[in-house]
Structure formats: C-alpha cells, structure tokens
Design a protein around this ligand. Structure first.
Ligand code: PHE
Length: 443
C-alpha cells in the first residue's frame, strides 16, 4: 500500500502542533511555573525550548522526512546492521507507556467536563471531590476507555482522513477557547496580582530542580524523544519544508503554554487561591476558582473541553508511533494495529488507574503507580531517546545531512552552524546532565 502524505503544509503544522500542545501545556506548564517562582521559570524554560527543544525537533523531523519510515525503520535505514534501531524501539515502548497513563489523566479531564455541566458549588470541598473521583474505579475506568476509544478511532481512520481531518477541526476550536478564557480571567477584579506573579521574575525561587523541570518540560511539551516527530515527519512529501514548519510548531506550542498561564494565574489570584498548588492546580484549584466567578459553570465546561481536545490531539500522535511501526515493519493492517494495540495500551493503563484505590499500597521510590510510569517515561525514556537521537543525527547520520534535509524548500527560516553546534555539543551535554541529576535526585 502507498504510504500516505499530509495533503498540505498547514495539515502537517497543525498535526505536529496538536501533538505538542497537550496536557503538558494546559496542566503541567502552569503548575511548574507556579511552583518554580513564576516568571523566573519562564526565562529558563524559553532558553531550553530554543537551544535544546528546537534543534532536537528539527533532527527528528529530518530523520522522518528523509526515510519516510517509523522510528525503528528510520534508524535501520540510515544505519543498517547496527543496534541504533534500538533507539526507535525505546521510542515505541515509551509511546506505549506514556499513552497508557496520559489517557487516565485525560479521562479525569473528560469526567470533569461532564461534572462542569452540572455546575460546581462554591461551598464544595474540591480536594475531596478530586480524591473521590480518582479513588473510584468505575468512573475513571469508563472515561479512560472512552478516551482511548476516541484515540483509536482517529488513528484507525488514517493519517489524512483521521489525524489531519481531526486536527483541522479541533485546533482552531482550541485557540478560540483559550482566548475566551483569557479575556474572562483578565477582566476579573484583582487579576493584576496574578499577572505580576506571572510576569515579574522572582529569581530567589530558582533551584537546581527548576533547571531539571525546565529541560524535562521542554522535551515533553514538544513531544520529543520518542519518535513522534520522526513519525509525523515521515508523512511529509519531498517538496515540504522542515525548518520553518518546526519554527511554527515551537511558536504555537510556547504561545499556548504561555496563554494558559494568562488564563489561569489572574483568576487564581483574583479569587485568593494558591498558585503553587502543584499537580492538583487543574483539578482542585481551578474548579474552585470557576465556582466563584460569574458564569463559572460555562467557563469550567469550556476549560475542561479545552483540556480534553489538547489531550486528544497529543494522544493520537503517541498511538501513531506504535501503529506506524506495525504497519511499516510488519505490514499490519492499520485498523487492526490501532484497535489491538489501543486495547493493550488501555489495559496497561489500568494499574496506574487503580493506584489511587485497590493498588494504592504499591509504591516505587515513594511514588504511586501513575507517577512511577511518568517518572520512567519523562525522567528516563524521553531524555535518553532525545540524547541518542541527537547523537545519532549529529555524529552518525551527519549534521550536514540533517541541515540539508531541514532547509530543503524552506524560505522563511533556515538552520545553519548554530544548529549544528547545538546538536553536536550543547544538547547531548545538557541532556546527559539532566538524566544524571534526575536519577540522583530521585533515589
Ligand atoms: N507534547 C504533549 C503534551 O504537551 C505530550 C506528548 C509527549 C505527546 C510525547 C507525544 C509524545 O502534552
């Protein structure tokens, strides 16, 4: 069967941006900013995106476009009869693991979308509500299944009729909702305190952990290290360009994370809540914030729809990595690969889901099962994948080849010596340090 191609440049940019923009932007970025001193974190994060994330993004997309293969096939083609394909295999495995718990969290978001329709009462105990929700079994299981089903249905339908069609509809909706949310937040009395927390840097809050968080987040948010961007790049036609498309993806992804902060912090401050609430910010603090504001029911509904859309356009890219591998290398039928592996991923998500109820005794380094999956993926798989990919592109395939592939047909933005220097030295060094620090700080 003929391999599919995106039918337009916009289709590719929206799909890759959809992959990048996800729970990482709406859920993780705001709480990391909140716990790492607001604006001070923004600076460090931006530097990581530009000097580490962008070069790796280009490296991955170039590998994909050059080979027109899934991550395993791409490494095999450029370095036949070497073990480099294992980097691709690590990516496929990471896609499998991350999607399994990503879907559980996205399922919480779907459940909260429905709860929001009923409205949140300002007197409710939101921490208890969240605790009750995640320690239930039937509810989270139902929503986890529903979310996986949506993901599977999109991927089963194909690259153009599935992924591209869905992102062309959902991404504009996502932009629109976030603008409404910002206007609402900024027009609340007291919003200025939130703005100044968000935009005035407090460098006294910068710790070593801030750098670890910033680099890991730049990987996660750009969907790097597991071959997603190799896979999406592999559906580019030879006349497409990379360096400028990658530029758009970085700009959109950063803009949405930044805007999510604008939608959240002014509201949190205006209503007297704590911005440093951590991972619970989205599910505990925000519903409480919404419950206090005029038309809060409508805005909480919109917010959780936003979260669900963002999650879906990312989850499909993770499943696509696994499915592309089965289709390319084992000539599986796309539908069969999507449904079977989607189901296996659903099953693999059940232990982290039960980690808040019947399996709550199971701990690894003090973490529950979901955090354990998250730790393995984000502290190990993604950085190691990104490290080896950049070493491979810079030193084995050759940075020059990647530069040619990336600049081909692009007239707005071209990469050059700086890109080569970053990819050869800075990226591997920075990621190696982070991997070691991450491991040392966890044990
Ligand atoms: N980038 C996505 C987010 O920010 C997560 C993701 C990671 C998606 C890795 C695909 C691959 O939520």
């Amino acid at each position: 069967m003929e391999r599919e191609n995106w039918t337009s440049k916009l289709g590719f940019i929206l799909a890759a941006s959809g992959s990048a923009i996800g729970l990482g932007n709406i859920w993780r970025f705001p709480y990391l900013t909140g716990t790492n001193g607001g604006a001070a974190f923004l600076f460090i994060y931006l530097a990581c995106i530009i000097f580490i994330g962008y070069p790796v993004l280009i490296a991955e997309m170039s590998l994909g476009k050059k080979t027109a293969k899934n991550p395993i096939g791409a490494f095999k083609q450029l370095a036949p009869d070497t073990p480099w394909w294992l980097v691709g295999a690590l990516g496929v495995l990471a896609g499998f693991v991350i999607l399994s718990f990503y879907s559980v969290v996205a399922g919480w978001g779907m459940a909260y979308t429905v709860k929001a329709i009923g409205g949140f009462s300002p007197d409710a105990d939101f921490a208890a509500m969240f605790g009750n929700h995640i320690s239930g079994v039937g509810g989270p299981l139902f929503w986890h299944a529903a979310f996986m089903f949506l993901t599977i249905a999109v991927i089963g339908a194909g690259v153009v009729k599935g992924i591209q069609k869905v992102v062309k509809i959902l991404m504009p909706i996502l932009f629109f909702i976030i603008i409404i949310m910002i206007v609402r937040a900024l027009t609340l009395d007291g919003a200025m305190a939130g703005l100044s927390f968000y935009l005035k840097p407090d460098f006294s809050n910068i710790k070593l952990q801030t750098f670890i968080d910033a680099i890991s987040q730049s990987f996660f948010t750009l969907s790097l290290g597991l071959g997603t961007m190799i896979t999406y790049g592999s559906y580019l036609s030879k006349n497409d360009s990379i360096s400028d498309s990658a530029g758009y993806v970085v700009i959109f992804d950063t803009a949405i994370a930044f805007l999510a902060g604008f939608a959240i912090f002014p509201a949190v401050f205006a209503l007297g809540f704590d911005p440093a609430a951590g991972p619970g910010l989205t599910f505990i603090t925000l519903p409480a914030v919404f419950a206090e504001m005029p038309l809060g029911g409508l805005f909480s509904f919109l917010f959780f729809i936003l979260l669900t859309i963002a999650a879906l356009t990312s989850s499909i890219s993770m499943l696509e990595v696994v499915v592309a591998y089965l289709v390319d290398e084992h000539h599986w039928n796309r539908k069969k690969a999507s449904y079977l592996f989607g189901f296996l991923i659903f099953l693999f998500g059940i232990p982290p889901l039960l980690g808040y109820s019947s399996l709550s005794e199971i701990r690894f380094l003090g973490m529950d099962i979901l955090d354990t999956y998250d730790w393995f993926s984000n502290s190990l798989f993604l950085p190691i994948g990104g490290l080896l990919t950049s070493v491979f592109v810079a030193h084995i395939w050759g940075a020059k080849n990647a530069v040619n592939e990336a600049n081909d047909n692009s007239d707005i933005l071209k990469v050059g010596q700086i890109f080569v220097f970053l990819l050869k030295y800075i990226v591997p060094l920075a990621i190696s340090i982070i991997i070691i620090l991450n491991i040392v700080s966890s044990f």
